[in-house]
Design a protein around this ligand. Structure first.
Ligand SMILES: [Fe+2]
Ligand SMILES: [Fe+2]
Length: 136
């Protein structure tokens, strides 16, 4: 199911919202590719997409963690652990994909769910905190 960006995904910080939107777009791109018929081409593209996700996710997590630490968010290490687990999982998926041992459909359904849940449940917990901290 394609995920459309909506206000309820907004954490109120535009740089983070843009990065989140980009991650959801990558999930949507995967879904579109999975619906295509050319299996060999699709597989290569999906592998490329996994690598893009890994890079964009790391970049986003570092921006988010930096901002949270900078403002003294108490839950930062717990939050960081969630990010680290996801990055490790993604790295594992990439290795499996290289060996041809991965169900791409399963992986991308999982990815979409992970991002929606992480943004709406985990990231949302810092929304009010950051808004107040930045306001002053
Ligand atoms: Fe996060
Ligand atoms: Fe995030």
């Amino acid at each position: 199911m394609s995920i459309d960006w909506a206000d309820r995904y907004s954490v109120g910080i535009s740089v983070l919202d843009h990065q989140h939107e980009n991650m959801l777009t990558l999930c949507n791109t995967a879904e579109k590719l999975l619906a295509e018929a050319d299996a060999a081409k699709t597989k290569a593209e999906l592998r490329g997409l996994l690598t893009d996700m890994h890079r964009c996710a790391k970049e986003h997590f570092s921006t988010e963690e930096q901002l949270l630490s900078q403002h003294g968010y108490q839950e930062v290490s717990k939050h960081q652990k969630d990010h680290d687990e996801y990055v490790a999982e993604l790295a594992r998926f990439i290795s499996l994909a290289e060996e041809g041992k991965l169900s791409m459909k399963g992986v991308f359904v999982h990815m979409s769910k992970w991002w929606v849940n992480h943004i709406l449940v985990i990231d949302m917990q810092y929304k009010d905190f950051l808004a107040k901290a930045i306001e002053g």
